[in-house]
Ligand binder design. Structure first.
Ligand SMILES: Nc1ncnc2c1ncn2[C@@H]1O[C@H](COP(=O)(O)OP(=O)(O)OP(=O)(O)O)[C@@H](O)[C@H]1O
Ligand SMILES: [Mg+2]
Length: 253
């Protein structure tokens, strides 16, 4: 019996078992006004997953999906279960508090504030564990400790990306969603940031969106391919790397 069969077999029970440790997106539609951009999207992110990738071309709906799970957008149909609770009535802040933390593509750093002040802003849900969490983040990103007093706006692009990730980690997430990690980074830096993500995923489930399909699939245990607002393929990263559709549409050679 697969997990999915099991969930079906017990579907008349309260939705405690399935998704209790992760996120379940069920048949979700999302629109901006009259413009529908997500169509019947279903996927699961389990706490056991290390890295889950959401890949697809520009405009496919990756960011829209992250914003919807974060509670910034609301589905027009379908439902989202977050760690065992229907998220329909949860505010974005409550969703962060429960452990889903979204690092947006624009990074949204406070450029005039220092590195450490930016990290502090990320800890608003976890003040008691602030010192311990800060030490953990500095352990992952020593460069941030070296530059603790430097204004965030003066960091290099790669350092700013690490700061954005570090600020996300300050909320002690169960799932850390990273939107377009590699945007604006040189290939070498991208590789370095990806390696960090791999390290982080020992402790926390990472959900990442990427246009760099190959790199993301190589890193991911599980991946979903979004095209035109629909999930058109899913499976292990290796499986998708081998799939004919992915190879033809996204990989050269
Ligand atoms: N605020 C908005 N108002 C109207 N349409 C929007 C808005 N934000 C996004 N869209 C549209 O929704 C679709 C999905 O956009 P989204 O940003 O989710 O794609 P994406 O997969 O993240 O793309 P990219 O790889 O370029 O980041 C696009 O057609 C986009 O133009
Ligand atoms: Mg996007």
């Amino acid at each position: 019996m697969t997990d999915r069969d099991q969930a079906d077999a017990t579907s008349d029970h309260p939705p405690e078992a399935e998704g209790a440790d992760g996120v379940v997106v069920e048949n979700v539609d999302v629109a901006y006004g009259d413009l529908q951009v997500l169509w019947d999207v279903s996927l699961e992110i389990a706490a056991e997953d290390r890295i889950v990738a959401l890949v697809g071309p520009n405009g496919a709906g990756k960011t829209t999906l992250l914003k919807t799970i974060s509670g910034l957008l609301r589905p027009t149909d379908g439902r989202i279960e977050l760690f065992g609770t229907d998220s329909a009535d949860l505010s974005p802040a409550e969703i962060v508090r429960r452990g889903f933390v979204h690092v947006p593509e624009a990074r949204n750093l406070f450029t005039e504030m220092s590195v450490q002040e930016n990290l502090q802003m990320g800890a608003y849900t976890t003040r008691e564990q602030y010192q311990e969490t800060l030490a953990d983040v500095y352990n992952v990103f020593p460069v941030l400790e070296e530059r603790a007093d430097q204004a965030a706006g003066t960091l290099s692009g790669g350092e700013q990306q690490m700061l954005a990730i570090g600020r996300g980690l300050m909320a002690r997430p169960r799932i850390l969603a990273l939107d377009e990690l590699s945007v604006g980074l040189a290939p070498q830096l991208t590789e370095r940031v990806f390696r960090k993500v791999d390290d982080i995923s020992d402790e926390v489930t990472v959900l990442l969106t990427e246009q760099h399909v190959t790199e993301a699939l190589e890193l991911a245990d599980r991946a979903f391919l979004l095209e035109n607002g629909r999930v058109v393929a899913e499976g292990s990263g290796d499986y998708l790397l081998e799939s004919e559709h992915i190879r033809e549409a996204y990989l050269r050679g």
